[in-house]
Design a protein around this ligand. Structure first.
Ligand code: FAD
Ligand code: FES
Length: 260
């Protein structure tokens, strides 16, 4: 698919928010899905060859948004793609988050893991849920989009490693204190954080859905480059993060296969 970049906004030195017009994509995407992106500055003979995966932040009318952190070549080329230029992307991929009604929900985000949680927060709130967001980062720079969440959540708890905003702690510290009171948890962020959140949830008997950012090549189930292991009954089975995920039951993930 192709779309027009309407905005490519610099949030700070580390993060950008891109808005793309594509009626076709906007009509089909679901919360928690992702998209493989290739900028007009990449060609088939040059590095980087592969498309890069990004969670869909939300859909508004004919547009969708991506939040991206500057990491390497692919994301640098995204920063160099101006408003008005054309960008290529896959259809919406992966299983996404399932919404529930009238429950007490926690969202747990680490850094750019906030990206796929805004849309599901909106749906949960609309469906009568009470929503608490636990949002952790290294410092203030990582606490992005928090204001956009405020209308869709009941409570916001921020933590940073250096205490520059919110409590000086890992996000799992305040979360652990409250965890047993939630009906369900949705989490996205660094793998070790997702492992810790899942372990806390298992201890408290709370269902937990985690969105995993495995490195991906094809994004469509063909290359088997994104395999992780999950437990199914007595068995340990392989799953492709791009097709069967990126959202998995955190209590079933074999974390040693993810946190390598
Ligand atoms: C399903 C999914 C959803 C994602 N959603 C988002 C999102 O919403 N916003 C966002 O900013 N990023 C997201 N990511 C991560 C994003 O895809 C990578 O940051 C991006 O591909 C980096 O591309 P690059 O060319 O700039 O860096 P590269 O040059 O490819 O990599 C630079 C460095 O980053 C490391 N790296 C690259 N990709 C990953 C990764 N997936 N996990 C861990 N380390 C990595 C590499 O090992 C390397 O050291 C997501 C990943 C997945 C799989
Ligand atoms: S990225 Fe190729 S199978 Fe998942």
């Amino acid at each position: 698919m192709k779309g027009i970049i309407l905005k490519n906004e610099r949030l700070n030195d580390k993060y950008r928010l891109m808005e793309i017009e594509s009626p076709e994509f906007a009509q089909t995407a679901k919360p928690g899905q992702f998209v493989m992106v290739k900028t007009g500055l990449q060609d088939y003979l040059a590095d980087p060859l592969l498309r890069r995966p990004f969670g869909v932040v939300d859909v508004r009318g004919n547009t969708f948004r991506l939040l991206y952190m500057l990491v390497g070549k692919g994301t640098r080329l995204m920063t160099e793609s101006p408003a008005g230029s054309v960008i290529e992307f896959s259809s919406s991929l992966g299983n996404g988050f399932k919404s529930v009604k009238n429950q007490n929900i926690a969202l747990a985000a680490g850094g750019v893991g906030i990206a796929p949680l805004l849309w599901i927060a909106k749906l949960l709130k609309d469906d009568g849920c009470r929503v608490t967001l636990y949002f952790g980062g290294r410092n203030q720079e990582d606490i992005i989009l928090a204001d956009e969440f405020r209308p869709h959540i009941d409570k916001l708890i921020i933590t940073t490693d250096d205490g520059s905003i919110g409590e000086k702690a890992l996000v799992t510290a305040p979360f652990e204190k409250d965890a047993a009171g939630f009906d369900r948890v949705y989490a996205c962020g660094p793998k070790r954080m997702l492992q810790a959140v899942s372990e806390i949830c298992v201890k408290g008997g709370v269902p937990v859905d985690v969105s995993l950012d495995e490195r991906m090549a094809c994004g469509m189930g063909a290359c088997l480059g994104c395999i992780i292991y999950v437990r199914e009954g007595e068995e340990t089975v392989q799953k492709r993060c791009c097709v069967e995920g990126p959202v998995f039951d955190g209590s079933k993930v074999v974390w040693e296969s993810v946190c390598r």
